[in-house]
Design a protein around this ligand. Sequence first.
Ligand SMILES: Cc1cc2nc3c(=O)[nH]c(=O)nc-3n(C[C@H](O)[C@H](O)[C@H](O)COP(=O)(O)OP(=O)(O)OC[C@H]3O[C@@H](n4cnc5c(N)ncnc54)[C@H](O)[C@@H]3O)c2cc1C
Length: 435
Amino acid sequence: MNKKVDAIIIGAGVIGSCVAYELAKQGWRTLSIDKLPEAGYGSTSGSCAIIRTYYSAYETCAIAYEGWHYWKDWAGYLGAKDERDLIKYHDTGCLVIKDDHNKNLEQVCATMAKLGCPFEHITTDEIPKKFTDADTRQFSPAKTIHDEGFGEATGDAVNGAVFFPCGGYVSDPKLSAHNAQTAAEKHGAEFLFNTEIVEIRQANGHVAGVTLNDGTQIDANVVVNVGGPHSSILNKMAGVRDSMKMTTRALRHEVAHVPAQVDIDYGKGGFVYSDSDIATYARSEVGNHILIGSEDPACDEKEWVDDPDNFNSEFTDQNKTLVMRLGQRLPWLGIPEQAKGVVALYDVTEDWIPIYDKSDLPGFYMACGTSGNQFKNAPVAGKIMTAIIEACESGHNHDKDPIQFHLENIGHTISLGTFSRNREINPNSSFSVIG
Ligand SMILES: Cc1cc2nc3c(=O)[nH]c(=O)nc-3n(C[C@H](O)[C@H](O)[C@H](O)COP(=O)(O)OP(=O)(O)OC[C@H]3O[C@@H](n4cnc5c(N)ncnc54)[C@H](O)[C@@H]3O)c2cc1C
């Protein structure tokens, strides 16, 4: 007889592990299956793991602010120790430049005010004091380093900035997934690694379980796709991909990792920095280093990847571009001779907002399309998926009557229809990693 559990979770990244933890806490007998050797080995390990509250829509800001509370009290959230130690969350705050692209953050600040999430306006003159000797001239629109006029100012000054004190980063994203795995195991969850799921089985129009690469079958009435950049392949395997309005696609991205040439307090504290005038985000990394990522300007060609097991893992011009773009703002930033950093895959939807939803196959659920911006929401995503699964398994029609989800830390309630696989594209999105 096949082994049977209540729920199979495909993927043990940070979100998959939090889904396992939240379901196990509610008494579900879960089995997480991952083809990689350890929790968080997939795209989670390449994450910049920035925790920030500013997004483009009310609901996405709300879950991010809710999630910040769990990172602030990670030990309390997990209620468990890990023999490898718990991650350290650096609550540094985030400095975000105001410009035309983000409409001077007016909408974002209005949403923050509605949510009770603190923020502080910073004048243009104050920026260099906060962000060591920053050049505050305008450089937009973003260009590639081969375009004429790259690095030349296009205006006298950006329009100021906003500092969001609730935000920061986790310097070891992979460990956060292991922490959540350990917490889940304390509630009876099981994890199986180095094991690939090759089939999602159905019986009588309902999900029935999975088949592993060695032919073993495991049965469950609930299967959850938390496969990161493999989500589209898994949705196809379950036969639900073509009936969804939203799609998910793997997108290759590089992150540059450079030493800060001067002591800008990076490594001791520093902060998260987001600047759509130069289409760049950055954060401090321990040891006075800086991580630099892209805010996906239109001039950059997108590198969509059909086979997430087979993509170019070498650094390209992208790495140098990232450093040079930040170099416009920080003229003292040197370009290292040797490129360092990360090459990894996002799992992107049309509007860069994730899908947390059921599917057209009863019993098959998905937490995917996390678009390079959902590490921070892993604990909330675990709770959201548990709410959706429990309601739908009790007969609720989430498609017709979207679940209203209460965010316990901030006291707001949101409609989970926002994260539907069949939603209309959200016009408020930045259509970039900002979400
Ligand atoms: C470069 C980069 C920077 C990022 N920066 C940030 C950031 O600063 N802040 C932020 O909030 N978010 C960020 N993100 C996004 C965030 O890291 C992801 O949303 C999050 O890590 C996704 O976690 P996950 O558990 O869904 O997926 P993953 O970590 O991708 O895990 C999916 C797992 O599923 C497994 N799997 C897939 N198919 C199968 C199969 N058939 N059988 C068995 N196992 C399977 C894989 O092996 C993998 O381990 C970034 C992402 C990247 C790539």
